[in-house]
Write a protein that binds this ligand. Structure first.
Ligand code: RI2
Length: 307
């Protein structure tokens, strides 16, 4: 696919998931550089910048895409030839994709340590990082049972149910408003993240903050699974995370409600650090209050770009 097609697929959620859109963006920039046939470095740089801008315009909430673009761009400022520029882009993109895939596996190994077997686990949306924990525990022979929320309006929970049920994991689908009703029977909650702010707030699929509130009330551990590239250097400099609002047509069909009625369709929300038990990253389990340290230690090179 061309970079324009990849950007369109991310925008329309044909490609979705904060980790997946980051990998798709990195690959799109790599292929753009590989397909460039000219000898004019300025032209290549111009097309590269335009490609980055287009990709970053697709889904504003997930910092993963921004971090991926920074990672692919690293060290390109001082290059003198098209060949050098292309080679650096390609190797940066490959490194980002490989490390991001490995991070999901490591999160699975680390996050599943908490699971002893017999637990009833609730998850929201369809997070590769959160499901990696569940899959790792299950493949290690731990008998877990999963409750997946429908995750309206896009209903990513059905992806989760289909994936896990096909793998033999006992899985139950519940509607989003059944979370407080089921929480008394839940032992652990694992969710993913789109962005983690420097104060430890977790921005994830809409409804996550309600789940965290209910888990807190029921004293059920609420565990976030997130690669370090889900942490936001921009929030260190005071930037607020934009909550994407999508087409109301995702919620109601044509004519279902009168034209003079409004529809709000925010697709992410923020969970304060106080409601997060821990964050499982590929560099270890951290308190949400250690988010600043993760950003400065793991994303320090991106700190300036985030100003
Ligand atoms: P992984 C998804 O957003 C969900 O909010 C999910 O929790 C988060 O990205 C992280 O997903 P969307 O693309 O990177 O479904 O863990 O809007 O797969």
């Amino acid at each position: 696919m061309s970079l324009v097609d990849v950007a369109q697929s991310i925008k329309t959620m044909k490609i979705r998931g904060a980790g997946e859109i980051a990998r798709a963006g990195a690959c799109a920039l790599k292929e753009m550089a590989q397909d460039f046939t000219g000898n004019d470095l300025d032209q290549l740089k111009k097309e590269f910048e335009e490609g980055k801008t287009l990709l970053l315009s697709t889904r504003p909430t997930a910092i993963s895409l921004w971090n991926a673009v920074q990672a692919v761009s690293r060290g390109t400022g001082e290059l003198r030839s098209v060949e050098e520029f292309r080679n650096v882009i390609v190797s940066n993109a490959d490194r980002f994709v490989d490390r991001s895939k490995e991070a999901v596996k490591v999160i699975g190994r680390i996050g599943s340590q908490r699971i002893k077997g017999g637990e009833r686990i609730l998850t929201h949306c369809n997070s590769k990082a959160a499901l990696s924990v569940i899959r790792t525990a299950f493949s290690d022979g731990k008998r877990v049972e999963v409750f997946a929320t429908e995750s309206r309006p896009w209903r990513q929970g059905l992806l989760t149910v289909n994936e896990l049920a096909e793998e033999g994991v006992p899985t139950t689908l519940i509607i989003d408003s059944a979370v407080r009703w089921i929480m008394k029977d839940i032992d652990l909650v694992y969710v993913g993240a789109d962005t983690i702010a420097s104060n430890g707030a977790v921005i994830n699929k809409i409804g996550t903050s309600q789940i965290a509130l209910v888990a807190h009330e029921a004293r059920v551990p609420f565990i976030v699974c997130a690669e370090t590239f889900k942490f936001s250097p921009k929030t260190v400099h005071g930037e607020l995370v934009e909550i994407e609002e999508r087409d109301p047509g995702e919620i109601v069909g044509e004519g279902e409600i009168p034209a003079n009625a409004r529809i709000l369709n925010p697709v992410f929300d923020a969970t304060p650090a106080d409601y997060v038990d821990s964050i499982v990253t590929e560099v270890g389990v951290i308190s949400p209050y250690a988010a600043y340290d993760i950003i400065t230690k793991e994303l320090g090179q991106q700190m300036n770009a985030g100003r």
